[in-house]
Design a protein around this ligand. Sequence first.
Ligand SMILES: NC(=O)C1=CN([C@@H]2O[C@H](COP(=O)(O)OP(=O)(O)OC[C@H]3O[C@@H](n4cnc5c(N)ncnc54)[C@H](O)[C@@H]3O)[C@@H](O)[C@H]2O)C=CC1
Ligand SMILES: C[C@H](O)[C@@H]1OC(=O)[C@H](O)[C@@H]1O
Length: 253
Amino acid sequence: MLLKGKTVMVTGGSSGIGQAIAIGAAREGADVAFSYWGSDEGALKTKEAILETGQKALAISGDVALPESAISFVQETVEVLGKVDVFVSNAGICPFHSFLDMPAEIFERTMRVNLHGAYYMVQAAANQMVAQKTGGSIIAISSISALVGGEYQTHYTPTKAGLLSLMQSTAIALGKHNIRCNAILPGTIETEINRDDLADASKRSYMEARTPLGRLGKPEDLVGPAVFLASDMSQYVTGASLLVDGGMFVNLQ
Ligand SMILES: NC(=O)C1=CN([C@@H]2O[C@H](COP(=O)(O)OP(=O)(O)OC[C@H]3O[C@@H](n4cnc5c(N)ncnc54)[C@H](O)[C@@H]3O)[C@@H](O)[C@H]2O)C=CC1
Ligand SMILES: C[C@H](O)[C@@H]1OC(=O)[C@H](O)[C@@H]1O
């Protein structure tokens, strides 16, 4: 069990990648607190799956875009689970939209959820880890989109590049506290976030054909990389980024 005795926090744990990582961390022996926004249904499934492993679970509803959500998520986690060893900044949205007529509210909401929200969450978790004096691991779920563009993602890709940059800078700021900060860059993983986009058969075939491993990703594909970066197996890894994309990024021709 790679995370035995650790407490892991995950934002956006009610579906997709965050749900898989929350459950995967519990299977490796961690108690898990996760946040979510919107329907409670997925959150209940995540909570039940964590409890089935024998670990403790805490589900908190709250909008990551609000700075106060970060403070209360960390406070409640410490009250219920006692400490924070690992923080996974995962919550995000990607409302696909064309550039020239991008509504200001879609642009600003995407920035606030994906980047501002992650910033406040990482800051709150880091302050808790510093106070504990026991080090820690912070992981941001960035994206292949930190490295390449998307016609309908002009509001989204800068947030993912921003998360990669945030992990590089916080790795420097927090190294003296033995807090490691790394980014995971998923490729195209089938979840709620792209259900409509991938319903377009030609888009889906294009994405599959770009992937040397021959298939789109599943949320479970992110569990191993996240557990590695959360665990002491990666004790000398900080400021790093890990593409988990089936080889999509390097496949030019
Ligand atoms: N699915 C994919 O192909 C890829 C996804 N990612 C990133 O992975 C992360 C997770 O996405 P998926 O699992 O694919 O999507 P998803 O839609 O299945 O899950 C999103 C999660 O974030 C939570 N969330 C959304 N807005 C929130 C808010 N304002 N406050 C708190 N929680 C909120 C939702 O409740 C849900 O738990 C996102 O940051 C996304 O950008 C990165 C690369 C590829
Ligand atoms: C939502 C997209 O399908 C997904 O998210 C990303 O970050 C990548 O652009 C993926 O294709």
